[in-house]
Design a protein around this ligand. Structure first.
Ligand code: NAP
Ligand code: GDP
Length: 328
């Protein structure tokens, strides 16, 4: 292992959207960056290919405690960020046991390894607005009652409560970021925003002329991933560990996203978008609006989202067009 005076960090989930942006941020802040990757991640380095000569990767898995214990013991990090998850809500219905194991128990395994190796290692846990599930409160804040309804949300609630429990029981510096949806050109195409921007690029390139979607009236509090990883970092730089809602506080429907995105390329989305009932999620008919009150993060972390909804849509459309060699 290299010896440096730099702060050392382990990012679990470094190949994902947030992991790649967090790695970039922490490299800029002069951290020695280590990432945990799975054997299968080998085919999935697309978001971190440009960083490979500046970071150290370790094979491991949040399903495998020994691998985590070995990596944490060897690296001796100052901070660990747990971004690893089976991160898709609707896939959680098909593989609930696996989702609970990775997204829920994965957090416990990391916390327990940190407790065993060095309780002073700071820990960040990514959780989700899905922990509020069927809430009637809107907007939600850090005191809103937890009421998750699906395997992903329930697993995140487990991770959230475990993080609090290790903080309270063992005096560990462990924080939860209650993250609302955040997107970017690195968002997986399974999510609706990237599905739309990718489709626009294909429509312009004449590779596609239809876009099948589910419930386009559903609303989300959508932010920019690059802004959100700054909040994660700030949480671990405070005097005291705590939990924070990270959101924009603004909601928009999928329809709004279509309006802004298609307008950028002067197309009328009504001509391309078709509703496929198989893509309409049954639980989306509940009367819940995930809208986060980010006042605590604004006050204590001095954090606020820098990128507006329209700017986010633009940078995603622009990036997908660029991949096809087209300028906006
Ligand atoms: P993402 O792109 O899906 O990344 C997930 C990461 O987890 C990938 O690096 C993946 O590695 C890794 N991973 C999955 N299973 C693993 C395992 N068994 N062991 C080790 N690593 C594993 O997710 P994201 O959008 O960056 O989100 C980051 C975190 O924030 C996640 O925990 C997510 O649930 C949470 N969150 C995200 C949002 C959002 O809107 N983006 C909102 C709320 C909460 P592979 O490359 O090997 O698959
Ligand atoms: P989620 O909030 O983590 O589930 O993020 P998604 O991007 O997957 O979904 C956001 C919203 O878009 C949900 O209410 C979906 O029902 C809605 N939506 C509508 N059509 C689609 C689609 O074709 N794919 C996805 N992923 N979501 C869709």
């Amino acid at each position: 292992m290299r010896k440096t005076n730099k702060k050392k960090v382990i990012i679990c989930g470094i190949t994902g959207q947030d992991g790649s942006y967090l790695a970039e941020l922490l490299l800029k802040k002069n951290y020695e960056v280590h990432g945990i990757v799975r054997r299968s991640s080998n085919d999935n380095f697309i978001r971190i290919n440009h960083l490979l000569n500046r970071i150290t990767l370790h094979f491991g898995d949040v399903l495998d405690s020994l691998s985590l214990l070995k990596i944490i013991s060897e690296v001796k990090p100052d901070e660990v960020y747990n971004l690893a998850a089976q991160s898709q809500v609707y896939i959680g219905f098909d593989i609930p046991e696996y989702t609970s194991n990775v997204t829920g128990l994965g957090a416990l395994r990391l916390l327990e390894c940190i407790k065993l190796v060095n309780k002073n290692i700071k820990y960040f846990q990514a959780v989700s607005s899905e922990i509020f599930g069927d809430t009637k409160d809107c907007p939600q804040n850090e005191s809103t009652q937890l009421n998750p309804k699906n395997p992903y949300g329930i697993s995140k609630m487990y991770a959230y409560q475990m993080t609090k429990s290790y903080r309270d029981s063992y005096n560990m510096f462990a924080c939860n970021g209650i993250l609302y949806n955040h997107e970017s050109p690195r968002r997986s195409e399974n999510f609706v925003t990237r599905k739309i921007t990718k489709a626009i690029a294909k429509i312009i390139a004449k590779e596609q002329n239809e876009l099948f979607l589910g419930n386009i009236d559903d609303k989300r509090d959508w932010g920019y991933a690059k802004d959100y990883v700054e909040a994660m970092y700030l949480m671990l730089q405070q005097d005291k560990p705590d939990d924070y809602i990270i959101s924009t506080g603004e909601i928009h429907s999928v329809r709004d996203f279509l309006d802004v995105a298609f307008k950028l390329v002067n197309l009328d989305w009504h001509k391309y978008v078709k509703i496929n009932q198989n893509l309409v999620r049954p639980l989306d008919h509940r009367n819940v609006i995930f809208q986060g009150d980010n006042s605590k993060a604004k006050k204590n972390l001095n954090w606020k989202p820098k990128t507006s909804f329209n700017e986010l849509v633009k940078l995603m459309v622009e990036s997908d067009l660029k991949e096809k060699g087209i300028n906006l």
